[in-house]
Design a protein around this ligand. Structure first.
Ligand code: ZN
Length: 589
């Protein structure tokens, strides 16, 4: 799974455009708002395109290649080539026309001149960003041509509806497992008798995309032959085999072991490549899209995480919670790996950028080996610079700005992830029956658990700071950075779990006086003396709700603290100029 927030829920540019259209008497259809850019191609006007594109800040993403061994650089070169194939495959999965639209624009642009040429080139750039001519931030509205994005991509026949697919599965239970596989496409069987009813068949990815997958596999085998790291080589060869056999299980298992080779041969490369997430399948949410993250481990952060992992019992003991509720047996939490992205491709490179992912998705692997969380530090840094800092400049007391820094921001994210593994997990009722916290709290669980992870994360940072684990000043920097981060999270709305969690934290801490508001300037601040006691109280209240599995208390907490106060809404309205996301340009040659 990826941590992709949906920024469309709070999209100032879109709302401005909708308002403008309405003001112009606009029951106009979108097709009428398009212009001819030449060659019979219709697209949105240049000004409208510029407003859409401005929501993405251009950033350079890469690693310091001097810090990568010559051996790893040679391996990375092959992996980037394999990853590029994933981009081509992903475009083919997303629609049958995306690549042709791209090629049409690419050949049209050089035939044009002046503003028309610039317009065509800008469209090409935006098609690349969205992996097709549909705007992923604006509900997939077309910006070149007027055809709607196919809900099921090319995973299914274009004329197959969800209802027809489900009816087929109900009538043909023997097909269900193959048809619901993440790694098959569904097609109409070629008609032999035109009078007979049409028949659906499945085709494994290994056949539907054989040529592309063979090309990617050759690059993976070449990479495997260049590394001395046996664990990495095993994953790459296994994944190359999976592209041919369509069986991804063993290479998913092997992926969990990356980074465990003996130090004298260990590669610092962390790579994942293949079909994983199913979000692109808007028809049934079954089919996996091709993607790749080619990354290098961040040594300093990995050491920090290893140290924290050795202190989990201490952090559990430090929770502001009655000892009888503490939980020292949650055992091996899922490993966390901190990396810097060299190159991302396919599903991983379109639209809004991922800052972390948790794989594999195969439940058999998760049961046998757990899953691994991979955090993309340089992507996080780019989002911090281009989003969090401008937000802080707009809404925070200016005296706090020097304390908003990336180290504190990344610590917050890391400790949030670690904190999901702290506190109650399984509750024992007075009659001895056991149930998990998430079952007990039902639909309130994700809101309460995300808030708990944030606040226990901050609490743990305060605890570790006292032990000298972090450099001086980390507490003041954490206070300011955490407050700015709340505005970043609630910017996309407070209905989704992270947004709801953040507004609850804000309201609780504001009530306790830890966060302050100056109505004259419309800016927010921190009361240092009240911060730690308020965090303690909030962590305690959330942990007790989980420990007791108290659904009514969870509902009450959300009702009390889960709505956006007017002063926060006012502050958010001033953020229209802040980019929604980043558009990476990879520096790898
Ligand atoms: Zn979380």
């Amino acid at each position: 799974m990826t941590n992709r927030r949906n920024p469309a829920a709070w999209n100032p540019v879109a709302w401005t455009l909708i308002a403008l259209a309405a003001a112009c008497g606009g029951a106009e259809r979108k097709a009428d708002m398009m212009v001819d850019i030449g060659g019979g191609v219709r697209a949105i006007p240049a000004e409208r395109l510029a407003a859409k594109r401005a929501r993405y800040a251009d950033v350079r993403i890469g690693v310091d290649e001097a810090g990568v061994t010559a051996e790893d650089r040679a391996v990375l070169a092959d992996l980037v080539r394999a990853a590029e194939v994933m981009t081509r495959l992903f475009w083919k999965q997303a629609s049958a026309t995306g690549l042709a639209t791209r090629e049409g624009l690419a050949s049209l642009a050089p035939q044009l001149a002046g503003p028309a040429r610039a317009h065509a080139e800008a469209l090409l750039d935006y098609v690349d960003l969205n992996a097709g001519p549909w705007d992923r931030l604006d509900g997939d509205e077309p910006f070149v041509g007027t055809a709607a994005k196919p809900a099921g991509g090319t995973f299914y026949p274009p004329d197959l509806t969800r209802e027809a697919f489900e009816a087929w599965l109900a009538a043909h239970p023997e097909d269900r497992e193959r048809f619901e596989s993440p790694f098959t496409v569904i097609r109409w069987a070629p008609a032999t008798d035109p009078a007979a009813p049409r028949r659906l068949v499945d085709l494994p990815y290994s056949e539907a995309h054989r040529k592309d997958l063979e090309e990617a596999a050759a690059h993976l085998r070449s990479a495997a032959s260049k590394t001395r790291d046996p664990v990495l080589a095993k994953y790459l060869r296994g994944r190359a085999d999976a592209f041919r056999t369509n069986d991804y299980f063993q290479s998913d298992m092997d992926w969990m072991d990356l980074g465990t080779a003996p130090a004298d041969v260990a590669s610092s490369i962390e790579v994942v490549i293949g079909p994983y997430e199913v979000y692109e399948d808007g028809l049934a949410g079954l089919k996996a899209a091709f993607e790749a993250f080619v990354t290098v481990r961040d040594d300093a952060e990995s050491r920090k995480l290893a140290a924290v992992a050795g202190m989990l019992d201490e952090l559990e003991a430090a929770l502001p919670l009655d000892d009888r509720h503490k939980n020292f047996s949650r055992g091996k939490a899922s490993p966390i790996s901190v990396v810097n992205v060299v190159f991302a491709a396919g599903d991983a490179a379109k639209g809004v950028q991922t800052t972390a992912f948790n794989l594999p998705n195969d439940e058999r692997v998760r049961t046998a080996k757990g899953s691994k969380k991979v955090m993309l530090k340089n992507v996080g840094r780019a989002k911090f610079d281009n989003s969090l800092v401008p937000i802080a400049r707009t809404v925070l007391d200016p005296a706090l700005l020097p304390r908003v820094d990336f180290e504190a921001y990344f610590n917050d994210i890391l400790m949030h992830e670690v904190s999901h593994g702290l506190g109650p997990g399984v509750i024992t009722s007075p009659d001895g029956t056991k149930r998990t916290v998430n079952l007990a709290l039902r639909d309130t669980y994700s809101h309460i658990e995300e808030a708990k992870a944030d606040v226990v994360g901050v609490w743990s940072i305060l605890h570790l700071a006292k032990k000298g684990f972090f450099p001086a000043g980390i507490v003041e920097r954490t206070e300011a950075t955490y407050l700015a981060g709340i505005f970043r999270s609630v910017r996309f709305g407070v209905e989704e779990a992270h947004g709801k969690a953040n507004i609850m934290e804000f309201n609780y801490l504001r009530k306790q006086g830890a966060f302050t508001y100056d109505a004259a300037t419309g800016r927010f601040g921190v009361d240092h003396d009240r911060f730690e006691p308020a965090i303690r109280a909030l962590a305690h209240d959330l942990l007790v709700i989980e420990a007791e599995g108290d659904l009514a208390a969870a509902q009450g907490f959300i009702a009390t603290y889960g709505t956006m106060p007017p002063e926060v809404a006012d502050a958010l309205a001033r953020l229209a100029h802040v980019p929604v996301d980043i558009k990476p340009q990879y520096t790898w040659k």
